[in-house]
Design a protein around this ligand. Structure first.
Ligand code: NAD
Length: 361
């Protein structure tokens, strides 16, 4: 099999996470070029990856590759992505796909015109614990899902002048920048949203122009309630990133820090344990090349990421107008259909409590 030839565009912080996985894929992928206007960064990445070409601008490298990975400031996703697509290259773009719906649609239309893959980098979708939780939801393994809580607590502070501090270059605050991963997961788990609210604050993260902390609540058409709380100001955290999914037959806890998925109903049962965080990004990159080889849409395609962003933009708009967002009709992608209707009606059995450490009531 001929190896894919890829250029990495943008060699800052996140590029290091991608770097870790290319070694595992050396039989399939050759990193041919590393690009960054700060040339020392491109040079350092090229040395780490064994890439022969180092450049300050993507136009110097496109002719040498068949695909690109964009790990770029959000405000240049559109411009750089369009140049790569127009040159007929497959594009794996870091989230969020672009800054506005029009920019996203331009990218999507150009990819379709050129017959190439355009995929958003949503590594959480490839995390084995997340994939297992989705399977439990769809199979009604623990009955009816009725509440999903996703929270993320991290301390993210950029140096003064960094593009991620400003609304204009980030596209908003932490909700669109980081929360997009979790709105995407919520749509994948729960289905079509009906209504919701988002409230953000800059308190706790005064370095951010947009919100550094946000809470979003969404009610889905099927009645499931989803909550996402995220902060970039956490100076302490126990779980860091976690998901609690409440079913009619107990709770499933996804603890990213411990790398565990646990069913909690009576005694705790560990369903899956995996501590290798590298697997997230690896799974995402493997999917990108599989989609290219198989000539099919990737699992996290442009349409899904656009629909997730539309939900976020609608929630931002409603927050500004101090109203509840009407989210009906935005989400139509088949991947976002939510759990299928169960063959038999789900019974709500009495609570099991055979443990003494958890009080009832
Ligand atoms: N999936 C995740 O968990 C995750 C985490 C962090 C960041 N990200 C995403 O990765 C992307 C980059 O974020 P980051 O934290 O690495 O930012 P960063 O500022 O650390 O790195 C961006 C790099 O891009 C370079 N750059 C700027 N314009 C360029 C251009 N036209 N061509 C090539 N390079 C250019 C900058 O010089 C910088 O080195 C963003 O989309 C961000 O949302 C994803």
């Amino acid at each position: 099999m001929t190896r894919h030839r890829i250029a990495i565009l943008g060699c800052g912080g996140m590029e290091k996470s991608h770097q870790q996985v290319f070694g595992d894929l050396s039989d399939r992928v050759e990193v041919v070029a590393c690009v960054d206007p700060i040339l020392e960064r491109a040079q350092a990445a090229a040395e780490a990856l064994g890439a022969p070409i180092v450049a300050a601008h993507h136009s110097e490298v496109l002719e040498h590759v068949d695909s690109v990975l964009g790990v770029l400031p959000h405000h240049v996703h559109h411009e750089v992505g369009m140049d790569a697509l127009r040159a007929g290259k497959h594009v794996l773009m870091e989230k969020p796909l672009a800054m506005t719906e029009q920019e996203c649609r331009d990218l999507q239309a150009e990819a379709e015109k050129q017959g190439v893959i355009l995929m958003t980098a949503y590594p959480m979708r490839y995390n084995p614990l997340v994939v297992k939780l989705k399977e439990l939801i769809d199979n009604h393994t623990y009955g009816q899902l009725f509440h999903v809580n996703i929270w993320t607590e991290q301390y993210t502070r950029y140096e003064p002048g960094h593009w991620a501090l400003k609304k204009e270059t980030l596209g908003g605050g932490q909700f669109v920048s980081h929360g997009c991963h979790y709105i995407d997961l919520m749509l994948w788990f729960c289905g079509r949203p009906a209504e919701g609210i988002h409230l953000g604050t800059t308190l706790g993260t005064p370095w951010m122009e947009g919100e550094g902390t946000s809470d979003a609540v969404i009610r889905f058409e099927n009645g499931i309630l989803g909550y996402h709380g995220g902060t970039w100001g956490a100076k302490g955290s126990r779980l860091k990133y976690a998901i609690h999914a409440q079913f009619s037959e107990g709770m499933v806890e996804l603890n990213f820090r411990a790398g565990t998925l646990t069913h909690i109903h009576g005694a705790d049962e560990t369903l899956l344990a995996q501590n290798d965080i590298k697997k997230n990004v690896l799974g995402e990159i493997v999917e990108f090349f599989d989609a290219i080889d198989e000539g099919r849409a990737p699992h996290t395609d442009a349409e899904q990421s656009i629909q997730g962003l539309q939900v976020i933009w609608k929630l931002y708009e409603a927050e500004q107008n101090r109203t509840m967002a009407d989210l009906r009709g935005i989400v139509t992608h088949p991947e976002f259909s939510g759990p299928p209707t169960p063959a038999e009606p789900i019974e709500f059995t009495p609570m099991v409590n055979n443990r003494t450490d958890v009080p009832q009531g």
